[in-house]
Write a protein that binds this ligand. Sequence first.
Ligand SMILES: [Zn+2]
Length: 438
Amino acid sequence: MYYNQTLVKLFALVVTAIFASSCNRIVVRYAGESDLIQASLPAPGKVCKESENYIIDTNHLNATPIRYVRVNFHIMQESDGSGSWNEAEGRKFVHDIVEQSNNRWNDNQPMTLPLGNSTPDLPIPIRIVLQRDPITGEEGIYFHRDDTLCYWNRSATKGPNSLSDRTVISKYQVGIDSIINIFLIEHDPDSIGSPTYGEPKMSGISFINSIKLFSMYYQGHIVKYTNAGVPFTHDAFYFSKLLNHELGHCFNLNHTWNWDDSCDDTPKNSGCWSVTGVPPCDTPNSNNMMDYNISQQAVTPCQIGRMEYNFTKETGGARQFAIPYWCEYHAFERVVVYRNENLEWNGAKDLWGDIEIRDGATLTIRCTVSLPEQAKVIIKPGGTLIIDGGTLTNRCGDKFEGVEIWENKKTDQIGKVMISNGGKLENMVNYTTITTTE
Ligand SMILES: [Zn+2]
């Protein structure tokens, strides 16, 4: 017994010694200009502008972190507070619809069309966050008593109560440069009463930085009946599908059923709300978020790529609405390029943490990759970073830590940095440039 314990201790000591000495053979330092190996690779072309290069990679989820999009809500009422939710109900409804919107973003469904498809059902890296008022610090849920602007009149082609008029937005918006302002507006009750107006259906319109959603209060309060005669009212989960559809427009998605939406994985279809058995609605129905249908819970890889590309654009996209978590260091959000893996990034990235390139692995960067302050690229012995026309930088006005090169003194293996097609390293704390004296 005594011998066994001694042997175990001795063995542990030897293992520790070997481990310690092997660690001592690794030398770590930051790469400088003199470490860059110039390479001559074929020009990568305009890969950074192709949205297919922005589709989420499920083997490296940290390479496409979730975009948290700022939203606030405006509930339009008559001057006496009638015509929509009261404050208590309105706040509850907003909290519920935000939660259900995120449940939908978090639960992408497989596409029903085309029949027999094998379109991947990928995670959608988007969530929404209810903002606080920048001045008062109160929740961003606003109630506006305004007899002129409180209603939408579907028959109006112009004027403040027409579909695409922005008067209500410009009058009441808060922080529209960085927050998507969502207006909850009802149909004009006088029009609802008229025989020619038709049902006050739920609908919406996106203006990129703002959204108008119509008739959610009405549709949430009238009692409907299922085919089996069971009474029900629509809930926030149901309404959140329209909210997400309009947000899809804000993030550069188009309708799919009757439109070339620049995606090959969203087939045109007959635009049926549900399967009724009556042609053309007698075959399986679209469930895509950007069609009008009862589900609206499927987003294709191409659509995910289009949205993510839109978030990486400095201007003309949706970047300004996302909380810039990519400007804060998150130690547990490291991207690991695994041993002997060959990973190519043909789209821009906003990473939350470090990049680690392991032995035998290669990472090729062809677009702009942003690292937060304190983050670094770690190239282990035998790993290679290739900056092929891309830029490794910080897009927050800060500096990231630098590129760490690991060298194994025993095997002479060293992490390598190769540069081609004008690839750049910039905005780093640790980087020594070569100075030449005349
Ligand atoms: Zn639409």
